[in-house]
Design a protein around this ligand. Structure first.
Ligand code: ATP
Ligand code: MG
Length: 325
């Protein structure tokens, strides 16, 4: 550890998110044959949009902003393209004081780019070009010159071989790993389980947990995940979270019943919020409270980074219980 302040390297996606909202055309329409609400855009028509909001996202850049705002040494490692979206990602990270020296450029793909259509009821439809954030090259993820205490890994779009090499390297260097796998990794459960041996903290939502282990509720899932990792966290949106380190089991409820404006980045804020405290030696309980507060704040603002909490923010109590494992 560099002094008392933990240093954390976040590895994974970087994208530009563009939110379009306040449009009559985004009103949900009920599709009777599908029994679902749809957003209908007429072919050939022009749909007026009255609000546009530019922000940047990608799990790893979001996480690095939590670490920086909490006063930790934050570094982001990922791949962008030579384009305005990549520039926007770097500008945001620079402004937040995140170290970007390990960012690489793709010569073939553009920076990941998402257009999010926000309906008046808070639901959203996302059009995503993953680009440079899906074609990972192991040569861009060399930990040789990286001196950190923790590695925060969000989704690497299912590049299991790249992940395996990064994890090997981290283990050899004594870097602890926090992992929040995404869809791409969960599509390879056997390989994913192989990776978990090196993982210290695993954070997944309930739907993701059942793709790794069996269990009928969050607590059972967390207990089963503990066969693989030292700390297991299972979140379940507004229904709360269960976390265990093998000594105690913490069950948290809703931090605050807020109006959800945009839930983009909730999971990232939760995971990074947890690690920002856990890496500083805070208790499981304290880390869960901060994670919950951070993610709750993020869903009240448009964009994945706007609501991330700053250092010194006052937290309030939340429904929480702790029992021996
Ligand atoms: N509607 C909500 N109201 C309040 N807090 C919320 C809400 N949704 C999510 N959160 C907070 O965010 C945390 C993580 O949410 P969730 O379990 O949905 O993660 P996730 O599915 O991984 O999210 P993501 O889709 O961003 O990856 C929750 O534990 C909770 O603290
Ligand atoms: Mg998630």
């Amino acid at each position: 550890m560099s002094g008392q302040i933990p240093s954390i390297l976040s590895v994974g996606a970087a994208v530009q998110d563009v939110f379009l909202s306040h449009s009559d055309e985004f009103k949900p329409v009920t599709d009777k044959s599908l029994h679902e609400q749809v957003m209908q855009l007429e072919m050939g028509a022009k749909a007026d949009v009255n609000n546009i909001h530019f922000s940047t996202g990608g799990g790893a850049t979001n996480a690095s902003v939590t670490f920086a705002r909490q006063g930790l040494h934050a570094t982001f490692m990922g791949t962008i393209g030579h384009d305005p979206a990549g520039r926007a990602v770097l500008d945001d990270l620079d402004e937040e004081g995140v170290d970007t020296r390990h960012v690489s450029y793709s010569e073939k793909y553009h920076t990941g780019y998402s257009v999010l259509l926000l309906a008046p009821n808070g639901e959203r439809t996302i059009l995503t070009y993953r680009g440079a954030s899906t074609h990972y090259d192991i040569r861009n993820f060399d930990l040789k010159d990286v001196d950190v205490d923790w590695l925060y890994v969000s989704s690497m779009a299912g590049s299991m071989d790249v992940l395996a090499k990064i994890f090997d390297h981290a283990r050899d260097k004594g870097i602890k790993i926090f992992f929040n796998p995404g869809k791409g990794e969960l599509a390879h459960p056997a390989k994913l389980k192989g990776l978990l041996d090196d993982v210290e903290v695993l954070s997944v939502n309930k739907e993701e947990a059942v793709q790794i282990v069996e269990g009928s509720d969050s607590e059972e899932l967390a207990r089963h995940l503990l066969h693989y990792v030292s700390v297991a966290i299972v979140s379940d949106g507004p229904n709360g979270v269960v976390a265990t380190d093998g000594k105690t089991i913490v069950r948290g409820g809703m931090y605050e019943d807020v109006k959800v404006v945009d839930r983009t980045g909730a999971g990232d804020a939760f995971g990074s919020g947890f690690l920002s405290q856990w890496s500083q030696g805070k208790s499981l309980k304290e880390a869960i409270v901060f994670a919950s507060a951070n993610s709750t704040s993020v869903v009240t603002k448009v964009g994945a980074k706007a609501g991330i909490l700053h250092h010194g923010v006052r937290l309030h109590e939340m429904p929480l219980s702790e029992k021996p494992y």
